[in-house]
Design a protein around this ligand. Sequence first.
Ligand SMILES: [Zn+2]
Length: 287
Amino acid sequence: MGAPGSGKGTQAQHLVSRYGIPHVSTGDILRKEQQQGTALGLRAKQIMESGGYVDDATMIGMIRNRLLQPDAANGFILDGFPRTVAQAEALAKLLIEIESPLDAVLLFEVNNEQLVKRLSGRRVCEFCKKVFNVHTAPPSVPPECVDGRTEHQVVQRADDSEDTVRARLRKYEEMTRRPVSGFYSYTGLMRTVDAEGDIDAVTQRMFDTLAAGSGKKTAPAKQKKRAAVRRAKARKAVKKVRRVIRKLAKKVAVKRSAAQPARKAKRKSVRKPARRPAARARRKSKR
Ligand SMILES: [Zn+2]
């Protein structure tokens, strides 16, 4: 997990090379399913073309397909999912079903103003999509990314304007960081990584956090053994995650009933008088 601009995608690549497991990003999955013209891919395409967001059921179906590929048998790095508590719950159910529980949830934290600076400083070549940033030293933004080729104009995308960036970060904070990290803190899987400053230093902190969490480093030779242990752990995790889901479901139920007192009151007034006198009458007649 991490805000846009937190560098989690870059760090995911370091995890790929260290652990030899695939980087599973929802963006890549969407593109691939659409290219292959699968039923899920076509559904997602229709939704996106009409300007909507791909629903959780479609997304989780695609993630399921991806995680069942042979290269993910020894593990995977999930990037960009879950973004909401509903997605986190759907993912928990999926991982129970395929007996592949999470080992850790990494949260990359960067100061908000730093993120605004990073993102609003981004410039992209319109032609080849190469990315530059006005805040790197020295600033690396040429007018054209290939000298003398006017089609290679380096511009700021609308998505990277300061107002849009702030709106994106607010949405991340409200929909993702606060609720989803809350969800995972129940499971004891959360690891927070200070993602400010030098990229290599962030990578080092990430590996340190993971090593501290598990108490040991994973050599590639141990991965098969770990897969077996993983399946054994899955059964234990099933119970734990179900407990968490039940807890959250209760919370949501409490919130809902607080938000809709009118409806609840109405239900009470309709049902209870109808039942109780009947029950009382029955009890009386027994006596
Ligand atoms: Zn270019």
